[in-house]
Design a protein around this ligand. Structure first.
Ligand code: HEC
Length: 105
């Protein structure tokens, strides 16, 4: 059962990656962000101000000229002093990055 599941996931990956430039699913990403990131970050586009003073809103992060799919991946893959070390799976990372880039105004 377990092996079957892994085979399925592996088979689905390249297809998803080829489907579009940004492989993640922003809807799933929003769900993940609501659970994991919203304690500190304001995650909605144009939503209320930051949940905390120290964490920038996702809209502000997305608006930075330096923010790209690559920079977000690099940031979220490395541990940071003020942020929990999530150890996101590749798919979770894709989804969250896809969502974060959709809040760009
Ligand atoms: C415990 C609070 C907390 C949580 C939870 C949290 N963050 Fe953060 N995040 C921060 C803080 C604080 C900063 C600012 C870091 C700094 O300036 O040192 C930050 C910075 C960032 C940055 C970099 C912004 C920039 O200036 O380039 C990104 C991207 C980011 N967070 C994404 C996320 C994502 C995605 C999640 C959920 C998976 C998340 N964060 C969860 C507190 C948090």
């Amino acid at each position: 059962m377990r092996h079957w599941l892994i085979a399925c996931v592996l088979a689905a990956l390249p297809g998803a990656a080829l489907a579009q430039m940004e492989p993640g699913d922003p809807i799933a990403g929003q769900r993940l962000a609501t659970t994991w990131c919203a304690n500190c970050h304001s995650i909605a586009p144009g939503g209320p101000g930051p949940a905390t003073d120290i964490a920038p809103s996702f809209a502000a992060i997305a608006a930075l000229p330096s923010t790209t799919s690559m920079s977000l991946r690099a940031y979220l893959r490395t541990p940071h002093a003020n942020m929990p070390d999530y150890r996101l799976s590749r798919e979770e990372l894709d989804d969250i990055v896809a969502y974060l880039l959709t809040v760009r105004r």
